[in-house]
Design a protein around this ligand. Structure first.
Ligand code: SF4
Length: 409
């Protein structure tokens, strides 16, 4: 078991001043870290040269190389506006700009870039059809979270065998996928399957797990790292342990978050946190306290997930108001692009991108495979559009695209 040390941490912001105990482990600061300043500029320059290399590889005309690079810059601006890059994450020997982008400079990253270039101008070799696919591998879970989107399916009998999940992986990799995120239920409750599936998938695709942290023991972390796991997204919904445990209706939920963070660092995985930004939670002070805790934990990315009235939240008034969205968007920009916060984790906020750019899931660049093997627009838009293993999978994807995203089209 990883050695955890308790340290006291004072959270002090206008309107809030309290102490929480944070557990931290010896290994965490040695490996993954945020880069900024001169180091960032050097890595970014090398990254841009490698983009040029990908363009040169796929196009013959120098004019296309320049236009391709311009198109990549235009794409980034569409999502993030005209903000200067302030930080990247170094972990496991690679550099990460975003939670959903493969690490630079792997072959998976180059394939990912080639797929974006293919949208600009068709390239001759086969490219990835999808950037990101979520696959839920089990209905089992020990927690009972307030916002669970799989609530209706939780703890029913699993439908997909390990063999079928592997068939899904092979089928999707035939089309090409940049990143798989394995979820559930709690994916760690099916560790043998998870290990096999990651070992198969990680040869061509970055593999992540989305977990509550439950059972992400040192032993399981080692097994998954050995299989080729890239990173772990751990749900943490409050910086105060008791509030996180209450949200998750599980008295040891926060304990497992701490364990998972330390065990993931120990295996040199990319470590991200995911927070459901509820109406009650959204305030500048709460967000700032959360980010301070995340920084203390040496987290690479923090993902903001807006609550949706589905699953356990079905028919409930959980949708954020304009006022909440303004706080979140302002905070997201400040944290990611103000020089003052260069050493803090990078925030991923889908709502921000999707309100500007539309949804890239729903069969366009990704989708969600639920625990029955059925495809859905994303984990939060769960209208089934046929089974991923069906012969007419491509028709299902077309249907998914036609139906589109419930929220951002
Ligand atoms: S949200 Fe995840 S961890 Fe929580 S009950 Fe649902 S499946 Fe389990």
């Amino acid at each position: 078991m990883t050695d955890l040390k308790s340290i006291s941490m004072r959270m002090s912001w206008p309107g809030s001043d309290y102490k929480v105990k944070v557990k931290t482990c010896d290994n965490e600061f040695k490996r993954s870290h945020i880069i900024n300043g001169t180091k960032l500029n050097l890595v970014h320059l090398r990254l841009k040269l490698s983009l040029l290399g990908v363009a040169i590889k796929h196009y013959n005309r120098p004019m296309d190389w320049i236009k391709a690079l311009r198109d990549l810059i235009r794409l980034r601006r569409k999502f993030l506006g005209n903000h200067r890059l302030r930080k990247m994450v170094y972990a496991g020997g690679k550099y990460y700009m975003g939670l959903y982008t493969p690490g630079w400079n792997s072959s998976v990253y180059k394939n990912f870039i080639a797929a974006q270039l293919n949208d600009f101008k068709e390239i001759k070799s086969k490219t990835n059809r999808f950037n990101n696919v979520f696959i839920a591998i089990t209905k089992k879970c020990a927690l009972q979270c307030d916002h669970c989107y799989e609530w209706e399916n939780l703890n029913k009998k699993d439908v997909l065998s390990t063999k079928e999940i592997k068939q899904i992986i092979e089928k999707l990799q035939f089309y090409g996928v940049g990143q798989f995120q394995f979820s559930g239920g709690e994916p760690l409750l099916r560790i043998d399957t998870l290990e096999e599936v990651v070992a198969l998938a990680s040869k061509k695709t970055d593999c992540w797990i989305a977990t509550s942290g439950f059972k992400f023991t040192n032993e399981n972390a080692k097994r998954l790292k050995k299989s080729g796991l890239t990173g772990i997204i751990i749900s943490l919904d409050h910086f105060i342990p008791e509030k996180h445990n209450a949200f998750r209706h599980f008295k040891d939920a926060y304990y497992w978050v701490e364990q998972a963070i330390c065990n993931a660092h120990d295996q040199n995985l990319v470590v991200a946190l995911s927070v459901c930004v509820t109406r009650e939670f959204v305030s500048h002070d709460n967000l700032m306290s959360y980010m301070h805790l995340a920084k203390k934990f040496n987290i690479a990315f923090v993902q903001f997930l807006e609550p949706k009235p589905i699953g356990h939240y079905k028919n409930m008034n959980v949708t954020l108001d304009q006022e909440h969205l303004q706080i979140l968007e302002k905070f997201f920009l400040k944290m990611n692009f103000d020089s003052e916060f260069e050493t803090f984790p990078i925030i991923t906020y889908h709502g921000y991108y999707q309100r500007r750019q539309g949804c890239y899931s729903a069969g366009i660049k990704g989708f969600y495979v639920d625990t029955d093997g059925d495809i859905n627009a994303c984990p939060f838009c769960n209208k089934k559009s046929g089974n991923v293993l069906d012969v007419c999978f491509e028709d299902h994807i077309t249907t998914l695209q036609r139906i589109g995203c419930n929220n951002y089209n």
